[in-house]
Write a protein that binds this ligand. Structure first.
Ligand code: HEC
Length: 125
């Protein structure tokens, strides 16, 4: 059962990064060449996968919610923005991107929400 879940995560992770992981395979270096090698990015992406955020968000396209890349362009990656956005993920938000509100996610811890927001803000090109 646990194995199946892991499988799902891996598949979902591959889907989410759209095949951009090809250049990293087989590298033993600890140097961060690419944001997708950053452990903070990977941890955030896994949590976003597990938390169902991709039901409403895509990385590059507007879905029910704004594309994460657009969110990253709108907000600088600062501790203030991370805590504000993490608060919105937990409490829900509306009016910043359109008329559709984001549902609240009260079960998330502030730490997990911040981890996910950090991942989103790292998507800036
Ligand atoms: C039910 C659909 C839905 C789900 C599930 C969802 N979102 Fe959203 N999200 C939205 C919508 C719609 C907006 C735009 C809200 C607005 O206009 O302020 C949004 C906005 C955001 C923003 C930008 C907030 C702002 O004020 O600019 C972030 C960051 C975000 N979502 C992260 C997440 C994360 C992380 C998760 C998973 C825990 C998640 N979302 C799950 C629909 C959703």
């Amino acid at each position: 059962m646990k194995k199946m879940f892991l499988c799902f995560l891996v598949t979902a992770g591959l889907f989410a990064c759209g095949g951009s992981s090809d250049s990293n395979s087989g590298s033993a270096s600890t140097e961060i060449k690419d944001v997708t090698d950053d452990p903070a990015f990977v941890a955030g992406r896994d949590l976003v996968n597990k938390s169902g955020c991709f039901a409403c968000h895509k990385v590059d396209e507007t879905s029910i919610g704004p594309a994460y890349r657009k969110v990253a362009e709108k907000y600088a990656n600062t501790p203030e923005n991370i805590s504000t956005l993490a608060g919105k993920v937990i409490k829900g938000g509306s009016g910043n991107w359109g008329t559709v509100p984001m549902t609240a996610h009260p079960a998330l811890s502030p730490e997990d929400a911040a981890t996910m927001v950090k991942y989103v803000l790292m998507l800036k090109k």
